[in-house]
Design a protein around this ligand. Structure first.
Ligand SMILES: [Zn+2]
Length: 121
């Protein structure tokens, strides 16, 4: 069996601030979905949110698997990252929620913020 090649996460190209912004969008989308099953203004059909950081565009979108007898299409929405490499558009599945790395950076920032606030009082 062939070894599964693990491609690097597109998140490694982002700064911590950008990951934090993305994380905030992710949380807002989940809140909105829970509250009223509504979506944000869609830039195009199937795309629930879109955010560009430098050369990478993140889209939160629903996808069709293409199976003729699938009764659960469209699937998702999921996060996908898009970027250009040698003039070609590349994409990578990120996940239903942003991965652990983004979460960790975000939580560390929140902790640091809390600590600063505690020191001030
Ligand atoms: Zn399907």
């Amino acid at each position: 069996m062939a070894q599964k090649k693990k491609s690097p996460s597109p998140l490694i190209h982002l700064s911590e601030k950008q990951i934090e912004q993305l994380r905030e969008i992710d949380e807002r989308l989940h809140r909105v979905a829970q509250e009223r099953r509504a979506t944000l203004r869609a830039p195009r059909p199937g795309v629930h949110a879109e955010q560009t950081f430098g050369s990478i565009t993140f889209r939160y979108e629903t996808v069709r698997c293409g199976k003729a007898n699938c009764t659960r299409c469209p699937h998702g929405p999921y996060w996908y990252a898009y970027w250009k490499e040698n003039g070609r558009t590349r994409s990578r599945y990120v996940g239903r929620v942003l991965p652990e790395k983004a979460r960790q950076i975000y939580e560390e920032k929140q902790r640091a913020k809390l600590e600063r606030q505690t020191r001030q009082t």
